[in-house]
Design a protein around this ligand. Sequence first.
Ligand code: FAD
Length: 315
Amino acid sequence: MSEILVLIDHADGSVDKSSLELLTAAKSAGTPVAVFVGTAEAAQQAAPTLAEYGAERVLVASDPALTEYLVAPKAELLASLVESQQPAAVFVSASPEGREVAGRAAAKTDSGIITDAVDVTPDLVATQSVFAGGYTITGKVVKGTPFIAIKPNSISAEPSQGAGSVEEISFSPSDAAKTARIVSVEEKPASGRPNLTEAAIVVSGGRGTNGDFAPVEAFADAVGAAVGASRAAVDAGWYPHANQVGQTGKTVSPQLYVAAGISGAIQHRAGMQTSKNIVAVNKDDEAPIFELADYGVVGDLFAVLPQATDAVNAR
Ligand code: FAD
């Protein structure tokens, strides 16, 4: 079966969930081959997880310049692997970095690219959801090696054992690729909550919180959820932009999404409408969010969420 290169995102060998989703998509279309940029030790740590999700081979590129400089070295790496490995396709996560790396590598290899895909069929037809989910487009790359950037949380990661054999590759980026050096990386202070795009449960607050996210956070902590926010709440300065869900924020697809004090504007839906179960708490029974919700509570979030929190904590 033809191989599909998958660029792995990780933190010191701890593999991002989005990369497991890419491996699952690659498995349905061919033989997944993980491209791991990092130290040999981090690769050894990641290899069992990558194998568990179907990677047959793990190609490890450990030249420090690959991580000391922004995007261009990784784009060179992918372009060189396309040349040497002749894969059927290259999958990357549709993160800002993933899109840029894939775009540059596609240009270098004279290939086509599809970004923000939400699904890929075994014959590499990609689905894109555009205009806040208003239109669905299917497309196929017809030139060169298809590069496909897949949105996190669009595909469920399914374990599927691969051999996971680790192969060190010798690759050093050219001086021309060393254009923008990373000066510092600041880690966000840990909130103790799960990562928004990876959480099984997300509890989001909107303008209805009137700036008081305490009941949203208390309920989120009771159920082990990440906290999200509508753009109205973010624009008002009530919650950080990193927590914004929607067209211009993050896309989430948890098992359970709770929208509290959020009307359900199309741009908000674009970031959460693929959640498996949606619960809305809104005091307006005509709020559009109820059209989308599996369960709705018409009521004041300042009464409903504390009751729900107490009920969960009493268990
Ligand atoms: P509102 O629409 O004002 O709704 C507040 C809701 O809270 C109302 O339904 C009200 O009934 C309810 N409420 C009030 N008080 C309570 C209470 N005490 N208890 C329970 N319910 C209560 N929005 C996003 O969220 N994410 C995006 O990424 C995004 N991107 C955008 C991009 C563009 C280009 C544009 C034009 C807009 C974008 N928006 C986005 C904004 C979007 O159109 C809406 O304005 C926004 O989602 C509204 O946020 P909201 O639901 O919190 O506020």
